[in-house]
Design a protein around this ligand. Structure first.
Ligand code: ZN
Length: 314
């Protein structure tokens, strides 16, 4: 049976592009690895943040759109996005978030300490110390490799039907259930990053899609052969996967699992250096070839944004 190595990327909706960059790059110190547009709506940015090379398991992406109504986190969504930080760096992050006036609180599950907080649009995030996972050598502001976020530790799914979501995690994606603690079921992959997925068994409210909520979660496929394998397995099991779509940086398919969450499966290759050198990732507005002729008007429509070191972080 094919098994995913874990989370490929997570995509969420927010209102303001510069505020989004100031938080994920400025505060969290992730690298803006790709600045492009929503291929279906070119007047909207699509921003990608990840580790230095933008490797699968580290990438969060956003569609910042000012007119987007506010959503509500709840059933049928990824409720919490979790990042892994190096061992011994939690106090650095407590102080850093405090410095930027971000309220945090600490909770424990499965023997680990989680630092939870909201991003400026209301998305729920948390940090957890983990030994595993490759070090992120992207340093930014006062963040160095020994404190930098490595990538996802995992995510918490607010499923409307936990046993159905369990079924797809175990019998389609190949995750292993490793235990239950209170309201949480925990699943693991064989990968080293983005490898821990919790299902929250009793989310209270129904989710409403909109700004401040996760749009979908993508799982890793090694290559297109695996992706096709998953497509036929999904069809055999009665799901309705989309055709395979070319997303420039990966190939992908999408389906709704029965707990209401939009799942994507995406290939590791070719990756984010397909159209920019690793040293220059995120610097230029990247457009798909069919929109290149409209570059000038698009650049005039999109409000200019920049990665900047925030006040007090020099
Ligand atoms: Zn996606």
């Amino acid at each position: 049976m094919q098994k995913t190595a874990g989370i490929h990327h997570i995509t969420a909706m927010v209102n303001d592009a510069q505020r989004n960059i100031d938080f994920y790059a400025g505060v969290l110190g992730l690298r803006l690895i790709k600045k492009t547009i929503n291929f279906d709506r070119p007047e909207v940015y699509h921003l990608y943040f990840g580790n230095e090379k933008g490797e699968p398991g580290t990438v969060i992406t956003f569609f910042p759109w000012e007119k987007q109504l506010k959503g509500r986190i709840g059933k049928g969504q990824v409720g919490v996005t979790s990042y892994m930080i190096p061992m011994g760096s939690l106090s650095f992050w407590v102080n850093r978030l405090k410095k930027f006036n971000i309220e945090t609180h600490v909770s424990n599950r499965f023997g680990e300490k989680y630092l939870k907080f909201h991003d400026p649009d209301g998305l729920l995030l948390e940090l957890v110390e983990r030994e595993e996972g490759p070090t992120n050598s992207w340093s930014f502001g006062s963040i160095q490799a020994e404190t930098a976020i490595k990538g996802f530790s995992g995510a918490t799914l607010y499923s409307a039907q936990p046993h159905k979501t369990t079924e797809v995690l175990e019998h389609v994606l190949g995750l292993e259930c490793i235990g239950q603690e209170g309201d949480f079921l925990r699943f693991k992959t064989d990968g080293l990053i983005g490898n821990t997925v919790d299902i929250q068994l009793n989310p209270t409210v129904r989710g409403l899609m909109g700004a401040g909520t996760v749009h979908h979660i993508a799982w890793r496929a090694k290559d297109e052969v695996e992706l096709l394998g998953w497509r036929s397995l999904l069809q055999d099991k009665g799901y309705y996967p989309t055709e395979i779509r070319d997303r420039n940086y990966f190939k992908a398919l999408y389906f709704h699992e029965e707990g209401g969450i939009l799942f994507e499966i995406a290939t590791d290759p070719p990756g984010f250096s397909v159209d920019e050198r690793v040293a220059e990732l995120g610097e230029k507005l990247m457009l798909p070839s069919w929109l290149e002729s409209k570059r000038k008007e698009l650049e005039e429509t999109l409000s200019p944004v920049a990665v900047r070191v925030l006040e007090g972080d020099k």
